[in-house]
Design a protein around this ligand. Structure first.
Ligand SMILES: Cc1cc2nc3c(=O)[nH]c(=O)nc-3n(C[C@H](O)[C@H](O)[C@H](O)COP(=O)(O)OP(=O)(O)OC[C@H]3O[C@@H](n4cnc5c(N)ncnc54)[C@H](O)[C@@H]3O)c2cc1C
Length: 474
C-alpha cells in the first residue's frame, strides 16, 4: 500500500510538515509518519492539566516563523494561522529593573539611553531586519544583500562577551546576552552571538505568538498536506528501513543518529563521518504554571503585560554563570530563566479567570533534575507573591524531553548545538545540507541548516532539492 507514494516523510515537526506541504502542492503523493500520538513535534499545543487552558508543549514564540520565507510562500494565513504580534517583543526583568525591547526602535532607544545608537547599529543591523533575517534563514544560499549579510556574519561569529563589551551600559548588555543565550552556548564561545543577532534583529519585526497556540502552525501545514491529497499517520515510529517503501523519496525530520542507524554503511563515508561528529547541546527543563491571576511583577507590570516573552537575569554575569555551568555538566544554582505569559496577549487560550505562564532554563544534557524550585525563586524575586497565584504546575525535565521526542537528544531542544562549526556545517558544509549522499534520501530536521527554531526552512530546502532532482510526479 505504501508503494503508492512519491515521498514519505518521517516525523511531523514543522520541518517535516513543511517538506510534506511543499511536495504535496507540487503534485507529489506524500505520506507523513509520526511516532507520537499527535502531530507537530516541537509545535504542539495541549490542554494544561485538564484546566481548559491551551498550553504550548514546546515552542511558544515565533520570530523565525514570522520571518520564514517558507511559511510566507505556503500562505499559512489562508489555512487559519493568525499571528498576534505584541508591541513589546521582550521584557528583560533584571534586579529591580525592566528593559523592554520594543518593535519601535525609538521606544527601545529610550530604554537603552546612551547605548541606543550602538544597539541599533549592531543588533538592529539593517533597514529591514525582517528581509535580512529571511536571508539568514535561507543559508547557505548566496545572499541577495551581501554587504548587509557580511556585517551580520562579522558580528555573529563573535563571542557574546565581546559584543556585550561594546555596550557602555549594563541594560543593553544584559538584554543582548539574554537573547543570544537562547542558543545555550558559553558566552565566551566564538559564534555565541549568532542567535542574538538573528533574534535581536527580529525584535523589530516582532516576536509573535500564534492565536490559539503554536499548534495553529501545525494545523495550517497539515491542512495544506491533506488538501493536496497527502496522508498523515500517527503512532508510527519508524525504527527500520523495512517499514518504508523503496521506490520513493524519503525525508527524515529526525536526528542524525536516526540516519546513521538506518543507513549505516550505505552512507558516503564523508557524510557518515560528519554525522558521527555531530554535537548536541545541553538540555532544558520546562515548567508550566496554571495561575489564578497574571504574574504580579513588582516593576513595570504595565510594560510586561504587553509582551509574550520575558527573560529573568540580574545581569550578564548570571547568564554567563548559567551557560558555563551547563557546559560543564552542572545544574545552575541560580539559572537565568526564559518565559512568557501567552494568555496576556491571547485571551482565547484560557477560560476567564485563569492564566498560564511557561518557563524553562538550561540544564546539562540528559538531566533528570526538576528545577522548578529555582525557577519559582527567580520569579518570586521579581514578582513577590507569585507562588500564591500558582494553581498547578507541570515539569518536563531534559530527560523527559527526549522521551517525548527522539529529536531532542539529551533534551537539546534544537537537535544540535550551535557551535561555530555547526553554524557553518550543519551537519555538513554543503550548498545542500539536507542531501545525504544517498539519492532520494534527505535529512530535513533542525539538525540541518539553518538550525533550530520553528521556521520550516530545513524541510522547505529538502523538498526543493527533491523537486529539482526529480521534476514532476512519478
Ligand atoms: C521546550 C521548547 C521550547 C522551544 N521554544 C521555541 C520557541 O519559542 N520558538 C521557536 O522557534 N522554537 C522553539 N523551540 C525549538 C523548536 O520547537 C524546534 O527547533 C523545532 O520544532 C524543530 O522542528 P523539526 O521539525 O526539525 O523537529 P521537531 O519539531 O522536533 O519534530 C520532529 C518530529 O519527528 C518525530 N520523529 C522523530 N523520530 C521519529 C521516528 N523515528 N519515526 C517517526 N517520527 C519520528 C518526532 O516525534 C517529532 O514529532 C522550542 C523547543 C522546545 C523543546
Amino acid at each position: 500500500m505504501r508503494d503508492e507514494f512519491d515521498a514519505v516523510i518521517v516525523g511531523s515537526g514543522p520541518n517535516g510538515l513543511t517538506a510534506a506541504a511543499v511536495l504535496a502542492r507540487a503534485g507529489r503523493r506524500v505520506l507523513v509518519l509520526e511516532a507520537a500520538g499527535t502531530i507537530g513535534g516541537g509545535t504542539r499545543t495541549d490542554e494544561a492539566l485538564g484546566t481548559g487552558i491551551r498550553r504550548d508543549v514546546c515552542s511558544a514564540v515565533h520570530p523565525t516563523g514570522f520571518a520564514s520565507p517558507a511559511f510566507a510562500e505556503l500562505e499559512l494565513a489562508d489555512h487559519g494561522l493568525r499571528w498576534l504580534v505584541p508591541d513589546v517583543s521582550l521584557g528583560h526583568v533584571g534586579a529591580g529593573e525592566v528593559v523592554a525591547i520594543h518593535r519601535e526602535n525609538a521606544d527601545t532607544a529610550i530604554e537603552l539611553g546612551s547605548d541606543a545608537h550602538r544597539w541599533e547599529s549592531i543588533v538592529g543591523y539593517a533597514d529591514d531586519p525582517h528581509a535580512l533575517a529571511a536571508q539568514v534563514l535561507e543559508m547557505p544560499d548566496l545572499p541577495r544583500h551581501p554587504v548587509a549579510m557580511s556585517r551580520f556574519a562579522a558580528a555573529a561569529v563573535l563571542p557574546v562577551d565581546t559584543l556585550t563589551r561594546a555596550f557602555g551600559g549594563h541594560r543593553a548588555a544584559m538584554a543582548f546576552a539574554g537573547i543570544a543565550a537562547h542558543a545555550e552556548r558559553p558566552l565566551s564561545a566564538p559564534g555565541s552571538s549568532a542567535a542574538g543577532m538573528l533574534l535581536g534583529g527580529l525584535t523589530v519585526s516582532g516576536w509573535p505568538i500564534a492565536e490559539g497556540g503554536s499548534r495553529a502552525i501545525t494545523d495550517a501545514l497539515a491542512a495544506i498536506v491533506v488538501d493536496h491529497g497527502g496522508t498523515i499517520e500517527m503512532d508510527c515510529p519508524v525504527t527500520e528501513l523495512g517499514q518504508l517503501p523503496t521506490d520513493c523519496d524519503l525525508f527524515f525530520d529526525t536526528s542524525p543518529e536516526m540516519i546513521l542507524r538506518l543507513f549505516g554503511d550505505r552512507l558516503p563515508r564523508r557524510y557518515a563521518r560528519a554525522l558521527r561528529r555531530f554535537e548536541y547541546g545541553g538540555g532544558a527543563c520546562k515548567v508550566d504554571f496554571v495561575l489564578s491571576e497574571p504574574i504580579p511583577w513588582a516593576v513595570r507590570p504595565d510594560v510586561l503585560a504587553r509582551t509574550a516573552t520575558f527573560h529573568l537575569a540580574d545581569d550578564v554575569a548570571q547568564i554567563r554563570r548559567t551557560e558555563r555551568d551547563v557546559a560543564a555538566g552542572r545544574v545552575p544554582e541560580r539559572p537565568w530563566v526564559l518565559g512568557g505569559e501567552p494568555t496576556r496577549i491571547d485571551p482565547t487560550r484560557a477560560p476567564e479567570g485563569t492564566h498560564l505562564a511557561w518557563t524553562y532554563c538550561h540544564v546539562p544534557a540528559g538531566c533528570e533534575v526538576d528545577v522548578s524550585a529555582s525557577i519559582i525563586a527567580e520569579l518570586e524575586r521579581r514578582a513577590p507573591g507569585f507562588s500564591d497565584t500558582v494553581v498547578d504546575s507541570m515539569v518536563t525535565t531534559a530527560a523527559d524531553m527526549q522521551r517525548h521526542n527522539a529529536n531532542y537528544v539529551g533534551g537539546d531542544i534544537n537537535c544540535g548545538t550551535s557551535s561555530l562549526r555547526q553554524l557553518v556545517a550543519r551537519p555538513v558544509l554543503s550548498p545542500n545540507p539536507q542531501v545525504t549522499g544517498i539519492p532520494g534520501v534527505y535529512l530535513c530536521s533542525s539538525a540541518t541548516a539553518p538550525g533550530g527554531g520553528v521556521h520550516g526552512m530545513s524541510g522547505y530546502r529538502a523538498a526543493r532539492a527533491a523537486l529539482r532532482s526529480r521534476p514532476g510526479p512519478r
